[in-house]
Design a protein around this ligand. Sequence first.
Ligand SMILES: [Mg+2]
Length: 324
Amino acid sequence: MTDGEIMYAKTTPNNMERIIDRIKGTIYGQAIGDALGLGTEGMTDEDMAWKYPNGIKHYSDIFQDRHRKRWKIGDWTDDTDMMLCIADAVIKDKGVNFTSIARNFKEWADGEPMGIGETTYKVLSFGDYVDKPLDASKMLWEMSHQQSAANGGVMRTSIVGLFPKAVEECAANICRLTHYDPRCVGSCAIVSLLIHSLVYDEEKISYHKMIDIAQKYDSRIREYIDLSLNTDIRALELQDWDSVGYTLKTLAAGLWAYWNAPSFEEGLLSVVRAGGDADTNAAVACAILGAKYGFSAIPQEYVDGLIYREQLEEVVSGMIELAK
Ligand SMILES: [Mg+2]
């Protein structure tokens, strides 16, 4: 600090306005990506050419087949439901209590949601899950011969990036409540830390810093960070059947949007139109873009079209209180 320079506290009123715009952007971004991404979930280019000859752009375009018509137009799916389980627990507890989060996951699953990932379903089915979530998730991972690394952790982690502190530790532990693999945990740490840095205007997470974070968890993550640097999203092969739902594919999709999307809307449409696990990929990508560009940069129609928008508003208020 040189003479005459004034150091401001981290949250000056001006700064707070900017932080609020980005908190709101993250939460809405997640829900919007999820809601529009449902429209191409599980689709290939051939499917999309047939179902969306003019390209999908709005919730009202969503093709009403057997899978998709279970949701109302403008509803989001399990990705955002589970993000809200975390948010609700943290707002209620005014802090992070992993048992409360696990309990919310369990109650949500018991309500027979329309979509639930296989790993999440199996872990939450353990009899004593709420008391011993880590035992359940570790056991299931061991049963997969340490192979299972689905995107059910990373799909809900954006909210952790909004926590005022201990982001990496919380992201890792909340991920492990259902997804124990270090590739899942590393994905959550990277996405949450990236969002935190964007929202709270801290030092940007460079490519090299991201690699350093990744290496703490699993050496297999690096390849997917590198993949995300491609300007053409097709390089990510998001429709590749063998890797649909893989945490590192979803991480790559989110980071691709971060490096490459010139606006919220362009990123949203690129990721949704890439098909594959589009609701999850777009939920992660658009939470990051919402943190990067802010709520004020999201086209109004995507906000207005969310039918459970009021629920998001409550969570936005709660998270802002925690950030103050
Ligand atoms: Mg989903």
